[in-house]
Design a protein around this ligand. Structure first.
Ligand SMILES: [Zn+2]
Length: 347
C-alpha cells in the first residue's frame, strides 16, 4: 500500500471545522463529528485528540514536542483510546491502525473469520473499563471512536455509562459518516459538529498537488461521490483506471442502457467489495443531491431516480455483507448487477 501521509491542516474543505474544533479550550466531553465519507474526518479526529492530550498546546494545534505529542507520534500514547471496526483496519491510515491495535486484538479474540463491519461489544466493554482507570500521564483521557455508526446496540450500551458519567477528564470524539445510525441515547449526550462536503475545485486542486492524474478521471471520480481521501488512496495504489471506467459506465457516459453482464465485468475488474461500495456511493449521491436541492432527481445514469436509489442503497449494502462470503462470488455479483439493471429498466 502506498500511503502518503496526509495532514488534516492541508485539507482546504476542513479548515473552518478544524479551527472551530481545535481553536477552543472549552469543549463538551462528547463530540460527534459527522460529514460525508472519505474527506479526512478520521485524521481530523486524531488531530483533535492530539491537541487535547498535548501538555502545552499553542494556537489551535499541538506543540509537537512534549512527552504527550512524542508518544502520540509513535502511536503509543496510553491515554488515547482508539476504537474502530476491524474492517477499517484493511485500508486505514497506518498511524490510526497502530493506535487502534489494543482494542482490535480484543475484537479478534475468537476464531479467524471475515473482518467484522461492526465494533464488537467486547471492544466497547474493554474501552469503558480502561476509561474508568486513572489517566496514565495524569492529564486527559481521550476516546476516539472511528466509524461510530458501526457500534451495534450492545456495544453502544456498553459505552453509554462512561459517556454519561465520564470519570476524571475523559473526552469522547465519535466520528461517523452516518450519524443517523447511532442510537438516540448516544446522540443526546454529544454535541454534533458537521464537516461540510468538499467543494469539487478544492478537492481537485488538492489531489492534483499530490498526484499527476488525468484531470478528466479525477472529475469523474469526484462527481461520483467518492471522497478525496479514497481517491488519493486509489491513485497511490494505481488502480484508478478500472474504477473510472466503472463510474463512467454507471453515470451513463458511454451508453444508453446499462446491461448487467457488462456491469458485472466492470465490477469484477475493480474488485467486488470496492465495486459494490462505489455503486452504493453513487446511489447515495443521488439521495444526498435530492435532499440538498429538494429536486426529485439529479444527474442521469444508473441511479437517476430517487426511489430506486434508496432501494439500491439498501440492497447494495446487504449485498456487500453477503457477497464476500458467498460460495460463488461471481454468481452473487452477477445476481446483484442483474437486479440493479432490471430495476433501472423499469423506471
Ligand atoms: Zn505537545
Amino acid at each position: 500500500m502506498g500511503f502518503r501521509l496526509i495532514d488534516s491542516a492541508d485539507l482546504p474543505w476542513l479548515v473552518a471545522t478544524r479551527e472551530k474544533l481545535l481553536g477552543s479550550d472549552h469543549r463538551h466531553h462528547g463530540l460527534l463529528v459527522s460529514g460525508p465519507p472519505a474527506i479526512g474526518k478520521y485524521l481530523l479526529g486524531l488531530d483533535l485528540a492530539t491537541q487535547m492530550l498535548c501538555k502545552q498546546p499553542g494556537q489551535g494545534r499541538a506543540c509537537g514536542s512534549c512527552q504527550s505529542c512524542h508518544l502520540l507520534s509513535n502511536s503509543v500514547h496510553p491515554d488515547l483510546h482508539l476504537l474502530m471496526p476491524e474492517v477499517l483496519a484493511e485500508d486505514c491510515h497506518p498511524a490510526l491502525l497502530s493506535h487502534a491495535q489494543r482494542y482490535l486484538d480484543a475484537e479478534q479474540s475468537s476464531q479467524k473469520r471475515k473482518r467484522s463491519n461492526f465494533i464488537s461489544v467486547d471492544g466497547a466493554r474493554l474501552l469503558s473499563e480502561s476509561l474508568l482507570e486513572t489517566s496514565r500521564l495524569g492529564g486527559r483521557k481521550v476516546a476516539l471512536v472511528l466509524a461510530a455508526d458501526a457500534l451495534n446496540r450492545n456495544a453502544a450500551n456498553a459505552m453509554l455509562k462512561v459517556l454519561e458519567e465520564p470519570a476524571g477528564e475523559t473526552h469522547f470524539i465519535l466520528v461517523t459518516s452516518f450519524p443517523y445510525r447511532l442510537p438516540s441515547t448516544i446522540h443526546s449526550r454529544c454535541i454534533r459538529i458537521e464537516c461540510p462536503a468538499p467543494n469539487v475545485n478544492d478537492a481537485l486542486a488538492w489531489l492534483r498537488a499530490r498526484h499527476e492524474p488525468e484531470s478528466e478521471d479525477l472529475s469523474t471520480l469526484l462527481v461520483s461521490g467518492l471522497g478525496p481521501i479514497t481517491i488519493d488512496e486509489l491513485l497511490s495504489n494505481g488502480s484508478v483506471a478500472a474504477m473510472t471506467t466503472l463510474v463512467a459506465y454507471c453515470m451513463g457516459k458511454n451508453h444508453k442502457t446499462p446491461d448487467s453482464l457488462t456491469l458485472a465485468r466492470l465490477c469484477g475488474e475493480v474488485g467486488v467489495d470496492r465495486a459494490l461500495h462505489i455503486l452504493q456511493n453513487l446511489s447515495l449521491q443521488t439521495v444526498r443531491e435530492s435532499v440538498r436541492k429538494g429536486a426529485k432527481a439529479s444527474a442521469g445514469g444508473l441511479f437517476r431516480d430517487l426511489g430506486f436509489s434508496i432501494r439500491a442503497f439498501q440492497r447494495l449494502g446487504s449485498a456487500r455483507e453477503t457477497v464476500g462470503s458467498a460460495v460463488d462470488e461471481q454468481l452473487a455479483l452477477e445476481d446483484i448487477c442483474a437486479w440493479v439493471c432490471e430495476e433501472h429498466a423499469r423506471i
